[in-house]
Design a protein around this ligand. Structure first.
Ligand code: 4NP
Length: 153
């Protein structure tokens, strides 16, 4: 899960998918990063963490880090929160296989829309709840897709 600062959107996406993976008994590695290093080493934004807790999602174990090309080796799917994150990740791809791992996360729930998760950093609490709802819908679909893929294999 990748956004700009790795303190608002992608930590929430990580926490939501981790919770769904636990609920569905799915053994998956979920992580998040920022395309920038602006907040490296910091805990998630308090507004994101508080919103997450109202939904039973815990972000307290997370620390911001910057996306690195080695993430293409470590992960099968890389979900960008917005088009600028997407372009920044694609620019670091080393191969066509790397590029094929990168998706706009809201295309999972709204195929072909190329919608971005709005950056809530400079807004109010409503922005964080909106981000939560968008990411919950996308992460539910991601979890269901993994579940169905594993049931077939
Ligand atoms: P995020 O939000 O990318 O969802 O973590 C932001 C966090 C910090 C900044 C911008 C967006 N910033 O400009 O510092």
């Amino acid at each position: 899960m990748v956004c700009l600062g790795n303190i608002c959107r992608s930590p929430l996406a990580q926490g939501i998918l981790e919770k769904k993976a636990a609920d569905y008994n799915l053994d998956v590695l979920v992580d998040s990063a920022g395309t920038s290093s602006y907040h490296s080493g910091e805990r998630p934004d308090q507004r994101s963490a508080e919103n997450a807790l109202t939904h039973g999602v815990d972000l307290s174990h997370q620390t911001s880090r910057q996306f690195v090309p080695a993430d293409f080796d470590a992960f099968d799917h890389i979900y960008a929160m917005d088009s600028s994150n997407y372009n920044d990740i694609i620019a670091q791809a080393r191969t066509a296989e790397d590029k094929e791992k990168v998706f706009m996360i809201l295309n999972v729930s709204n195929p072909g829309s190329n919608m971005s998760v709005p950056d809530p950093y400079f807004g109010g609490d409503l922005g964080f709840e909106n981000v939560y709802q968008l990411l919950d819908e996308a992460c539910e679909k991601i979890a269901q897709d993994i579940l169905h893929a594993r049931q077939q294999s």
